[in-house]
Design a binder for this molecule. Sequence first.
Ligand code: NDP
Ligand code: MG
Length: 385
Amino acid sequence: MVKAPKNIAVIGATGSIGTQTLDIINNHPELYHASVIAAGSRVDDLIRLALIHRPALAVIADQSKYTTLHEALSPLGIATACGDQALCEAVCRPDVDMVVTATVGYSGLAPTIAAIKADKDIALANKETLVVAGQYITDLLSHSKSKVYPVDSEHSAIYQCLQGENHSDVSRLIITASGGPFRTWSAEQIAKATASDALRHPNWSMGAKITIDSASMMNKAFEIIEAKWLFGFDADKIVAVVHPQSIVHSMVEFNDGAIKAQLGLPDMKLPIAYALGEGQRLAGAEKQLSIADFATLTFERPDPSRFPCLSLAHEALTSGGNSACIINAANEIAVASFLNGRIGFGDIYRVIERTLSTIDHIAAPDYEDYVSTNREARKFASSIC
Ligand code: NDP
Ligand code: MG
């Protein structure tokens, strides 16, 4: 019997991960269909994608763009909706088999929670969800049939290395970092870096926010937190190592001294496809890694004095509670302010640190506490930017 294609809800469809996900879906109509697509505010891009993929439903978060979306798609029989609540309802539809969370920042939290409560499988790109509310999400997952498949390349690599292994045999997760555009820059140069300097990532083409997070190494701090919640290892077993070629996507070290690594070109299509396939490989890579072309793979220790954001991961995990939620909110405001030219690159860390020491610590937050922490931290960070 021929199996029906799996119905995928792609939220953040117009972004870097979203469009790459839709490319994979488009190339494998026998396996996948985009039944829901959703975006923040780029309505023209969403309409263009809807014309190609013919989803059952297209959702735009920005309510002011709704009329444009509706007028373009309703003659084609494509249902439309708008607003944050519609996004949460869309991922719970009975015809959705898997949700790809490719929105950026805190906006990923509510739809991911809705998807877990509706027992939907998740291909998780939005790392901020686990940064903001890792404990809460882990508790929800323990009462849900929903399974989470990592999309982040480092976490996909670790997931691949852990296949067939015992959790108790693992001594460390080693997360690789490219080091970003400022890997070889002095602290003084980094402090004065411009937005165009920071947006010039050496190996990966990604959305603006994660590209700035990569330059500050906040992204690596977030990935350490993400790894803790995805794989259930203590923070002291998760380390970052700089690997400028971005060929080794991460490693797992075992108690017998073995280290397993996953290698590949820096191309998000592989981890996205691996997540869509729930750990099954999808044949037909567009490009293969020619290992002889990368005869030199180098590794170095990260430098927390030039990249202080990196140390925020272990600080957040040690203090627990709403700490990482505060850091995430302050970082979102600081990155947006840096991109708008309101603060310098060196101020990003200072904004986060001041916000973290100002906003009240909550040891065991519930959902409403995360909402209020995010609101208060953003307000304070905005006031000092
Ligand atoms: P982009 O900025 O390219 O895309 C973000 C997407 O989210 C867009 O579709 C955007 O819509 C949508 N969006 C923004 N705000 C909202 C909102 N309030 N409600 C609904 N949708 C919203 O980001 P990336 O694709 O680079 O990153 C997405 C996530 O994946 C991030 O969490 C990132 O950390 C993670 N990730 C990304 C990688 C990459 O290679 N890009 C690698 C690993 C992880 P619109 O276009 O309308 O603004
Ligand atoms: Mg990553």
